[in-house]
Design a protein around this ligand. Sequence first.
Ligand code: GRF
Length: 203
Amino acid sequence: MSEEPKATLGILGSGRGSNFAAIRDAIASGRLSASIAVVISDREDARILELARQANIPTVVLRRGKFRTRLEPDIEEELAECLRRFRVDLVILAGFLRVLKGPLLAAYAGRILNIHPSLLPAFKGKDAWKQALAAGVAEAGCTVHWVEAEVDSGPILGQARVPVLPGDTPESLHARIQEAEHRLYPEVIQQVIDRKLWQQIHS
Ligand code: GRF
């Protein structure tokens, strides 16, 4: 692991927070040279917030707004402002269930990462592991990619493959993919930090 450079992460999530926990653990064990400045959610009851509080990491809950799958522009602007306030270098989407549209993409262009539970470009969108199972593929996996305006379509930074096994259910396949996610996401974030990829984009 390299000592420097170190990056400040802002993590956005709506759910269980298992990827947040994997990133937290990677930092604690020295595998990831970063710190988590803030965890932000659109859901006040999301477990990711509870996990962040247990780790003494500041948490922020976004205003609910009137849409379910995206944020109103002024709420997205507040989100960008919050990330700036916490001096976030890299925005880490970890199960954040809102599509980012304008203000945040502009404010953090080339500095937002997402993890998706499929081998992109296959199976974009919702419940990708169910799509993989229904398609009868032999291999599934996960992808870390840069976030751009089109959903699940930004440049790919890393992928991990897992087999689809006989008798797999959506739950068993999803669990296997999530184990792979927990290894892949911290590794790719470290590569982005080591190679100063986000700084290159902004220099
Ligand atoms: C992950 O499976 C990720 O691929 C998808 O959302 C899920 C988040 O899970 N984008 P968790 O909240 O990190 O447990």
